[in-house]
Design a protein around this ligand. Sequence first.
Ligand code: ADP
Ligand code: MG
Length: 243
Amino acid sequence: MSLIQAQALEKTYRAGDVDVHAVRGVDFTIEAASFAAFVGPSGSGKSTVLNMIGCLDHPTGGMLKVLDTDVSLLNRETGAAFRGNNIGFIFQDFNLVPVLTAYENVEYPLIMVQDWPAADRAKRVKELLEAVGMSDQADKRPDQLSGGQKQRVAVARALVARSKLVLADEPTANLDHDTAYRIIELLKGMRDEYGTTFIFSTHDPKIMGEAEVTFTLEDGRMQTLNGGSRPPDTRIGSEASHG
Ligand code: ADP
Ligand code: MG
C-alpha cells in the first residue's frame, strides 16, 4: 500500500467571481521512505498539492489518501489532529520562533502536540540537533544563525515528533546554491536514517535533480508520469526496520 495516493485530484479556488483551477485532476502515488519532489514554474500548483497532502487545504475534487486516511473526509479539527500526529513541515522562510533558542524551537512540537516526559524530550531534542549538526548552536536564537543553520533547526523540528511524512515547500528558495544543496543532502540523509518520507517542492533545476521521484506540474496538470516507483536503491524491508 502506497503512503500517498491521489486520483483525479482537483483544487479550484473561488477568487471574486472567477474560478482559479490551481490543480486540474492529477494522479500520483508516493511510496513510504521516498525522496520525492513536485517541480514546476511559479503558479503551477506545487504549494496547493503539498497543502492538500498536509491537510492545510481541502481538495475540491478527486481522491487523496495519506497514510491510508482519506483526507478529503477530514474537517478542520480532525485534519489538525492528523497533521499533528503524522506530518512535519519545513518552510521557505524557516518559520522559527524568534524568541526561542534553537533547542527550544526543536522542543516546541513535543510540548505543543505530544505529551512527552521531560527526560525523553531532552534526549530526543539533543539527538535531532546532533543529527542536523547543530548541537554546538543549541543556545542561539534564530537571529544569531545563518539561513542554512536556521533551516537545519527547522529540519530537526520537523522530525522531532517522529513524523512519518515531512513536507517541505521550497525549502531552499532563500538559500545560496551550496547551502541549498547541503540542505537537500541533509534531508536525504534523514530519510536514510529515520525512514521518513520526504516530499519537497522547488523550481530550481539544480535542486530538482536531487529527488529520487519527480512530479512535474504545469498549470495545475502533471507533465510527466515517471513518478510513483520505488527510489532507485530499492529499500526492501526498510519500513519494518524503521518502524
Ligand atoms: P506554486 O506553488 O507552484 O507557485 P500555487 O499552488 O501556489 O503554485 O498556486 C497555483 C495557482 O493557484 C496560482 O494560479 C495561484 O495564484 C492560485 N492560488 C493559490 N492559492 C490561492 C488562493 N488561496 N486563492 C486563489 N487562488 C490561489
Ligand atoms: Mg509555491
